[in-house]
Design a protein around this ligand. Structure first.
Ligand SMILES: Nc1nc2c(ncn2[C@@H]2O[C@H](COP(=O)(O)OP(=O)(O)OP(=O)(O)O)[C@@H](O)[C@H]2O)c(=O)[nH]1
Ligand SMILES: [Mg+2]
Length: 228
């Protein structure tokens, strides 16, 4: 859960990338890491099996300042998607402040996506986290592959939950997903902790603070046409 340290003027947030096996969670973190300037990111920790499947988690620490002098630390994790790692997913999800759900857009992955979404809901609840209230964004990854669900169909099915198209392997849609998640995280924090008035950190200040450290920051989320 969010840690706010008034004396050190510092806030620590935990963000978790969740989703079925092979959907591209680790790839999202690798791309975020590659796009950041070296001063704001820490080393990315990856615990893999031999065939590149996440065994325990990936971890990417990000640190930035805001114009009001507040330091923000983001601890970004991925869970291992393979079904057998259920208990690990629950542990990694503990204390999460926001979740990015990475779904695989291929039609053949629909049931794996649905299974993983329900698994996330159950694991959030068993960690005492309010599933409805936690900030979340859904990314439909692998838009570069054939036989994917059209975005219109996806959005009709997901209703009010924001969905972002991506081809994470090409770095497309990765920042857009992250930006929307951070925006929602900020708004949630502000409503719970009056962030803007108490700490003098506005939404713009918060988002600018982090996105100043990314190369090729996409301006307000214009959707790359080729992903639709
Ligand atoms: N075609 C295509 N392949 C992708 C995309 N994103 C990731 N991949 C590939 O999909 C495979 C799995 O990606 P990972 O990022 O390791 O998936 P994961 O969700 O971390 O998988 P687990 O750790 O097992 O849960 C890798 O071979 C990636 O290169 C994409 O946008 N398009
Ligand atoms: Mg992985």
């Amino acid at each position: 859960m969010v840690q706010i340290n008034m004396a050190a003027r510092e806030i620590v947030l935990k963000i978790v990338y969740y989703g079925p096996a092979l959907s591209g969670k680790t790839t999202n973190l690798q791309q975020l890491h590659a796009m950041m300037d070296a001063g704001s990111r820490g080393n990315m920790v990856t615990l893999d099996t031999a065939d590149d499947r996440t065994l325990y988690f990936d971890f990417l620490p990000i640190q930035f300042g805001t114009t009001s002098g507040f330091a923000v630390k983001l601890k970004v994790f991925t869970v291992p998607g393979q079904v057998m790692h259920k208990s690990t997913r629950k542990v990694v999800l503990a204390g999460a402040d926001a979740v990015a759900f990475v779904a695989d857009s291929q039609r053949s992955s629909a049931s794996a996506n649905a299974y993983s979404w329900r698994d996330m809901e159950a694991n959030l609840k068993s960690n005492g986290i309010d599933f409805d209230a936690i900030p979340k964004v859904v990314q439909f990854n692998k838009r570069d592959l054939p036989d994917i669900k059209p975005l219109a169909e996806i959005r009709a099915a997901w209703g009010s939950i924001p969905t972002y198209p991506a081809a994470a392997v090409r770095g497309e849609g990765v920042l857009e997903t992250f930006r929307e998640l951070l925006r929602r995280t900020y708004r949630n924090l502000d409503s719970k902790h009056s962030f803007a008035t108490k700490f003098g950190v506005s939404e713009e200040d918060f988002l600018k603070g982090v996105f100043a450290h990314f190369k090729g920051d996409p301006a307000e989320s214009a959707e790359p046409a080729e992903l639709v």
